[in-house]
Write a protein that binds this ligand. Structure first.
Ligand SMILES: CC/C=C\C/C=C\C/C=C\C/C=C\C=C\C(=O)SCCNC(=O)CCNC(=O)[C@H](O)C(C)(C)COP(=O)(O)OP(=O)(O)OC[C@H]1O[C@@H](n2cnc3c(N)ncnc32)[C@H](O)[C@@H]1OP(=O)(O)O
Ligand code: NDP
Length: 328
C-alpha cells in the first residue's frame, strides 16, 4: 500500500493524503479460499511433447507470451518470438534458451504493418521453416473513459489487436496452405471480449473481432489442417497489463474479491493451458473458447451473486420473511 503511494507520489507529485482521498482502497492479497486452489508451477505435458516443432509467439518477450514461450521451449519446441522491441526479445530469447537448452529466435515485427509481418515471416522461414504452432498474444490496451479517447488512441489498440492478429494469421495461413502444412493457431483474448466493457472499449471491440476471426477460420480452414482456438484469461499480474489497467493499484483488491477462487491467475497456469491446446493431445479441439479466470466472469454476471455477503443469521431472518409471505 505504502509502496504504491510512494511510487504514485514520485510519478505525479500528488501527496499521500490526496492519493488516499481519491484511491481509498489498496492492492489486494489472495483471499483465504485461495488455499484450496494453489497454482501448479510444473510443466504439465510430458517432456518432449513439442520435439521437432516450431512455435511462433507474438509478444513473446514479456508477460504471458514469455511464459508460454518458456513452457513450449521446455517441452522441446524451437521458438520464434516477435514484437517491436528487439532488445527485450533478444534478452528473453537468450534467457529461455540457456534455461531449456532449446533455440529461441528473436525477430523484430510491428504486427500493425502487413509489410513488416511478411518480412518477419520470411525471416522465420529462413531460421526455422514455417511454424507448427502460432500464438497470437501481442496486444495493446489502456483504461480510458471513451469520451477522452482520440481517433488515434482507438486506432492504436485496434491495429495491434485485431489487424495485427489478422495480418499474422493470414500471412502464415496462406504460406502454410501453399506448403500443405497443418498448424495450431491460438489467440489470447479476454473475458470481456464476450460481455464488452466500459473504459477499455477499443480493446473489447478488437478482442471480440479476434474471436469472430478465429471462430470463422476454424470453420473455413479445417480442410487445410488448421485448428483455431481461443483463451480468455482473467487477471494475471504482468507489468504490461497492470501498469495500463490499474496504474495506482487501487482496484486490485476489489477485483480479487470478486474472483471465487480468491486469487489472480499465474503465467505458468496459462502457459500450461496454451501448451495443451497447441499440442497433439488437443487435435480434436478447434473453434473452442476457453475462459480461464478463476470464475471471475460468472461471478460478475449473476445478479444475485452479491448475496454471498448475507450472513447465516440474516438468512434465517430472510427465509422467515419469505415463508411468511401470503399471496402475491
Ligand atoms: C477494475 C480493473 C482493475 C484492475 C485491472 C488490473 C489488471 C488487469 C485485469 C484484466 C486484464 C484484461 C485484459 C487485458 C488486456 C491487455 O491487452 S493487457 C496488455 C497491455 N499491454 C500493452 O498495452 C503493451 C503495449 N502497449 C503500448 O505499447 C502502449 O500502451 C500503446 C498506447 C497501446 C501503444 O503504444 P504506441 O507508442 O504505439 O502509441 P502512442 O503513440 O503512445 O499512443 C497512441 C495513441 O493512443 C493515445 N493514448 C495512449 N495512452 C493513452 C491513455 N492512457 N489514455 C488515453 N489515450 C492514450 C495516445 O495519446 C495516442 O493518441 P493521439 O495522442 O491522439 O495521437
Ligand atoms: N495479464 C492479464 O491480466 C491479461 C492479459 N490478456 C492478454 O494476454 C496477452 C499478453 O498480455 P500481457 O502479457 O499481460 O501484457 P504485455 O504487455 O506483457 O504483452 C503484450 C506484448 O505485445 C507486444 N506488442 C505490443 N504492440 C505490438 C506491436 N505493434 N507489434 C508486435 N508486438 C506488440 C509487446 O511487445 P513490444 O512492446 O516489444 O512490441 C508485449 O510483449 C495480451 O493479448 C493481453 O490482451 C488478457 C486478459 C488478461
Amino acid at each position: 500500500d505504502t509502496q504504491v503511494q510512494t511510487a504514485w507520489h514520485r510519478w505525479t507529485g500528488v501527496d499521500r493524503q490526496t492519493f488516499q482521498r481519491f484511491f481509498p482502497s489498496s492492492p489486494g492479497s489472495p483471499l483465504p479460499q485461495s488455499q484450496f486452489f494453489p497454482p501448479a508451477k510444473d510443466v504439465m505435458l510430458p517432456t518432449g511433447s513439442f520435439n521437432n516443432r516450431v512455435a511462433f509467439i507474438t509478444g513473446g518477450g514479456t508477460g504471458l507470451g514469455r511464459a508460454m514461450t518458456t513452457t513450449l521451449s521446455q517441452l522441446g519446441a524451437q521458438c520464434v518470438i516477435a514484437s517491436r522491441k528487439l532488445d527485450v526479445l533478444q534478452q528473453t530469447a537468450d534467457e529461455i534458451s540457456s534455461q531449456t537448452g532449446n533455440k529461441v529466435h528473436a525477430v523484430q515485427c510491428d504486427v500493425r504493418d502487413p509489410q513488416a509481418v511478411s518480412v518477419c515471416v520470411d525471416q522465420m522461414e529462413t531460421l526455422t521453416g514455417l511454424p507448427d504452432v502460432i500464438i497470437n498474444n501481442a496486444a495493446g490496451n489502456f483504461v480510458c473513459p471513451s469520451e477522452r479517447l482520440s481517433p488515434n488512441g482507438w486506432k492504436s489498440i485496434t491495429d495491434i489487436v485485431l489487424n495485427g492478429t489478422a495480418f499474422i494469421t493470414l500471412e502464415l495461413g496462406k504460406r502454410l496452405i501453399k506448403s500443405q502444412r497443418g498448424a495450431s493457431f491460438l489467440a489470447i483474448t479476454t473475458i470481456y471480449a464476450e460481455s464488452g466493457s466500459g473504459f477499455v472499449v477499443p480493446s473489447a471491440s478488437a478482442k471480440a473481432g479476434v474471436e469472430a476471426l478465429y471462430k470463422s477460420l476454424a470453420a473455413e480452414w479445417g480442410r487445410y489442417g488448421h485448428r483455431f482456438n481461443i483463451i480468455q484469461p482473467g487477471p494475471i499480474r504482468t507489468k504490461g497489463a497492470f501498469s495500463r489497467l490499474d496504474p495506482t493499484g487501487a482496484f486490485e483488491k476489489a477485483m480479487i474479491s470478486r474472483i471465487p477462487t480468491g486469487r489472480l491467475g499465474t503465467p505458468e497456469e496459462i502457459a500450461n493451458l496454451a501448451a495443451y491446446m497447441s499440442s497433439d493431445f488437443a487435435t480434436w479441439m478447434s473453434g473452442a473458447v476457453i475462459r480461464f479466470d478463476g470464475g471471475e466472469y460468472v461471478s460478475m454476471a449473476g445478479e444475485f451473486n452479491e448475496l454471498r455477503r448475507v450472513t447465516p443469521d440474516q438468512w434465517k431472518m430472510m427465509e422467515a420473511m419469505i415463508r411468511n409471505t401470503k399471496g402475491s
